[in-house]
Design a protein around this ligand. Structure first.
Ligand SMILES: NC(=O)c1ccc[n+]([C@@H]2O[C@H](COP(=O)([O-])OP(=O)(O)OC[C@H]3O[C@@H](n4cnc5c(N)ncnc54)[C@H](O)[C@@H]3O)[C@@H](O)[C@H]2O)c1
Length: 365
């Protein structure tokens, strides 16, 4: 098992990563100082697939464990689901010493984490992420929240978990497309911070895709280490943390312009990384060889949904609504070289519009 420490001012927590460690969940948590049963928040699918392993471990150590089932899907990352979690907490007479175990993908982590952030002005929670995306991205860093009718992730807080437990064995029941989606976020971490992770992925991509335990644990742990380092320097999303948004500017615009139906989050980020790498090359920062290296790694993961039929005016409109495009100051995370980032300000709108229309026709498939 690998153990990574996330060190924030005033709050340090472990991320445990390993194959088959779900059955040791209670031991690990007891050693981390928990001495009462958690309230487990999860959904039917995750509980059916992996609930027995977690619950029997927790019940052996802590006694009876209450479970709150929430509906499965991004559309349920909302206020009604949050309310359901609060009701479960009140029903079980939760107090300020109670804690939540958020057991599922990024949706569960975000909404259960937000319930923990707000219930009685904040109780502890432990993340037990079960998708690759959640293991490498959403479970670390403390951003929690829900969607509003006006847009995604508009209501939320920064609330760090007390621990994160990532069992890579549970990824075996995920759809291939979900694995790919998480893998793009790992590639993102490599592109912004680590040429050694990039080389590792180039050598071992097939084993990671096949979820070979040592390969997938290494890739997850390296991505978590990179995210932990960035978050440790900038917990609340100032300049430093913005580098984690590499690929997200165009990625978010693609998700918005397709009403979140065509791409998974990771796939949209993969297109966004290709766009950002192309701009980096065009500005003469990234070499063509480096750009191609990134592109070919992304291509090896699988075929991305194409960009056919996307109107550049819609993507442009979505881009302008993005909070990273503050008041006309177009900022983007670009690569001065692989493993390095720069935040570029003041990109010309005319240039960006022209780039987008060329990019969309390149991605038509
Ligand atoms: N807080 C952050 O920093 C952050 C970062 C990135 C993404 N997010 C959020 O994460 C969410 C996306 O997360 P996601 O991709 O994990 O989606 P998800 O939580 O919807 O999970 C995808 C699907 O996989 C199922 N599933 C989960 N674990 C499984 C397993 N082991 N086997 C089989 N099926 C399983 C889920 O029930 C769901 O149907 C979005 O809401 C996004 O906004 C948050």
């Amino acid at each position: 098992m690998k153990r990574i420490k996330v060190e924030l001012p005033g709050h340090v927590y472990p991320v445990w990563i390993g194959n088959g460690i779900l059955s040791r969940a209670a031991d690990l948590m007891a050693r981390a100082g928990f001495d009462s049963p958690p309230l487990v928040v999860s959904n039917r699918r995750v509980l059916k697939l992996h609930g027995d392993v977690l619950l029997s471990s927790l019940e052996r150590t802590f006694g009876r464990v209450a479970v709150i089932r929430i509906p499965d899907g991004e559309e349920y990352k909302n206020h009604a689901t949050l309310q359901r979690i609060y009701e479960g907490l009140f029903r079980t007479r939760a107090d300020r010493h109670s804690w939540i175990a958020a057991f599922g993908g990024g949706v569960i982590g975000d909404v259960a984490g937000f319930a923990a952030a707000t219930f009685l002005r904040g109780i502890r929670y432990v993340g037990i992420p079960t998708t690759l995306l959640a293991q490498v991205d959403s479970s670390v860093g403390g951003k929690v929240g829900i969607n509003a009718p006006q847009g995604k992730n508009l209501i939320g807080a920064f609330h760090q978990p007390s621990a994160v437990l990532s069992d890579t064995a549970v990824l075996g029941t995920l759809a291939k497309r979900e694995i790919a989606s998480g893998l793009y976020e790992i590639i993102k971490c490599a592109a912004i911070r680590s040429t050694s992770l990039l080389s590792y992925l180039e050598r071992r991509l097939d084993q990671v895709l096949d979820l070979e335990p040592a390969a997938v644990s290494h890739a997850v742990a390296e991505a978590v280490r990179i995210k932990a380092e960035v978050v440790a320097r900038d917990e609340r999303e100032g300049e430093e943390r913005m580098i984690l948004n590499f690929g997200h500017t165009v990625g978010h615009a693609l998700e918005t312009a397709t009403a979140y139906r065509r791409f998974t989050h990771g796939e949209a980020v993969a297109w966004g990384m290709i766009a950002a790498a192309a701009i980096s090359c065009a500005r003469g920062n990234l070499t063509i060889e480096e750009g191609e290296r990134l592109l070919s790694l992304i291509e090896r993961v699988g075929r991305l949904p194409d960009l056919k039929g996307l109107a550049s005016k819609d993507v442009w409109a979505a881009l302008q609504r993005d909070k990273k495009f503050r008041s006309g100051d177009i900022r983007m995370v670009l690569l001065p070289g692989l493993g390095n980032t720069e935040i570029v300000r003041g990109l010309e709108p005319r240039y960006m519009r022209r780039f987008l229309s060329g990019f969309l026709s390149f991605g038509e498939g």
